[in-house]
Design a protein around this ligand. Structure first.
Ligand code: NI
Length: 233
């Protein structure tokens, strides 16, 4: 009960502050993941032709997610990438064209990530705070060359492989725990089709849908790999 009372007090204070500063009125108040169960849904390899529909689904649930986008796809979907940021989702760097970073030199890795950062910044006005290595592939050279937090995952839906919405729902609901980072690919129609039920079921279990930076943000260290919020401890 004490914790709830403290949360209420903080919320009230936040609202008063917002009233005094109208320009900040639509700044999102993210859930406190020390108080509630949080999960970070992440979507890789897009944007693609189904991403806009996915954004509608997330918006209906007021769910926030993280998109690890490919720099090479941004020009064709500038409006979609901008919409991600407008809806308070997080956009992360997933390289220019899905290179296996363990096969590249440090300079090649830095150039690739920088080019992708610049494309994301051009579209959204924001430089991504986190990156995800394609295939989760990292070697010592890559670890040394990357200065952002590297986000892996603890729940792998294998959606790209089985292309079965029911399986995607099943794996997600079975394997998700407090602080999980769940991997999907929004380039597949079948993955996007799974999302309404994923949101319903996890929401019924009490989960709040937050971005990776909301869930782990201020404690993440550049150049370090994380698979979920529990890996922070
Ligand atoms: Ni990928």
């Amino acid at each position: 009960m004490h914790k709830i009372a403290v949360g209420g007090l903080l919320t009230t204070t936040g609202l008063l502050t917002l009233t005094a500063a109208p320009a900040a009125a639509d700044v999102r108040q993210a859930p406190d993941c020390a108080e509630v169960e949080c999960v970070a849904l992440t979507f890789d390899d897009g944007p693609g032709e189904h991403t806009d529909e996915l954004l509608d689904m997330l918006d209906e649930h007021d769910a926030k997610a993280t998109f690890y986008v490919l720099g090479s796809k941004i020009d064709a979907y500038t409006d979609v990438v901008r919409r991600m940021v407008d809806q308070d989702h997080e956009v992360g760097n997933h390289t220019w064209d899905h290179a296996d970073l363990a096969t590249l030199s440090a300079d090649q890795i830095k150039d690739d990530l920088k080019r992708t950062d610049q494309a994301i910044e051009r579209a959204t006005g924001q430089v991504p705070a986190t990156m995800r290595p394609p295939y989760g592939s990292l070697d010592d050279t890559a670890r040394g060359a990357i200065d952002k937090p590297m986000l892996l995952w603890d729940v792998d839906t294998l959606d790209w492989q089985h292309r079965d919405p029911a399986k995607t729902v099943d794996i997600t609901t079975r394997e998700t725990g407090q602080g999980s980072v769940v991997l999907f690919h929004d380039i597949h129609k079948t993955s996007v089709e799974a999302i309404p039920e994923v949101l319903d079921r996890l929401s019924d279990e009490g989960y709040e849908f937050v971005t990776v930076s909301e869930m782990m943000g201020s404690d993440m260290v550049g150049g370090t790999a994380y698979s979920d919020a529990r890996s922070m401890d």
